[in-house]
Design a protein around this ligand. Sequence first.
Ligand code: ATP
Ligand code: HSE
Length: 313
Amino acid sequence: MSVFTTVSNDDIVPFLQRYSLGQLVELKGISAGVTNTNYFVTTTHGRYVLTLFETLRADELPYYVNLMVHLAQHGIAVAAPIANLQHQYIDELNGKPTLLVPCLPGAVIDNPNAEQCGQVGEMLAQMHLAAASYSGKMDNPRGPQWWSATAQKMYPFMSEADAALLHAEVALQSEHKFDQLPQGVIHADLFRDNALMNGDQVGGFIDFYYACNDILLYDLAITLNDWCVLENGDIDDARARAMLAGYQSVRPLTEAEMADWPIMLRAAALRFWVSRLLDFYQPAEGEMTFAKDPSHFQRVIAHHAARQNFWMN
Ligand SMILES: Nc1ncnc2c1ncn2[C@@H]1O[C@H](COP(=O)(O)OP(=O)(O)OP(=O)(O)O)[C@@H](O)[C@H]1O
Ligand SMILES: N[C@@H](CCO)C(=O)O
């Protein structure tokens, strides 16, 4: 359940008076999501999603919120933030910073087909191109320095064999530099639960709160590792090829990107192996995460390692 901060009709009515969205019809908590409090707010003008930020402070939000505004201006399928009468996107309710966006069409899906993976790949590439003119800057808080330091803390919790595998994977990545690859603004967490699919079309990408400036290929690898991977951690060829084709229909990969693709897939899996280990063994105090299985990404890496030459065909 992810209503951490309760909002009542008495709270929302004066809040809505600060916007041009009509009168309240219905307020309904959203159960999905693990970080923030989300409500569907229906008014006489339409349906909106209200987010109350549980961990990010108001002064940390502009990079993400302005990015969503920028992408929406370019026609990317994201929810465009709605400004209040003071022309501010970030407001406050019950002591938490808030954001109101329109409700996007579609639903989160568990089992995407190849067509949907192709559409996600295409929209991701469009997003990368559209974000090239975004001026905000944010370092990746979950980059190689972070995963090396965090892995160190995880070894004592792990079996000797698994710790050795993790250690070897961190070492492999530290020997590899991706300096020559195109960079830009990336979503950095575009898992299936961060996109709404409207049939085969992308209804919208959501949850931009890991977005940062980093390598574009890394974003594609993160996305493919979730959308196009089977339960056992192996790649689903048809979905993976569809996502790559969709992406490249908009932004063809450079030769350097092609050469680094197999190792980048492993980097993207490593980042989530480590973050899931951390959530599993050392959950942040007060954080209500449903720890996801870290070993899934260990298996994804094993499959990528075994299929190093798969992408050449
Ligand atoms: N603009 C939107 N339109 C329709 N539904 C939305 C929208 N934004 C969020 N949702 C719904 O709310 C749910 C929770 O949102 P989200 O995943 O962003 O939660 P969170 O707790 O903020 O993030 P996370 O769980 O990834 O840490 C989504 O699964 C989706 O069903
Ligand atoms: N998408 C992440 C959680 C949020 O960063 C995972 O599945 O591990």
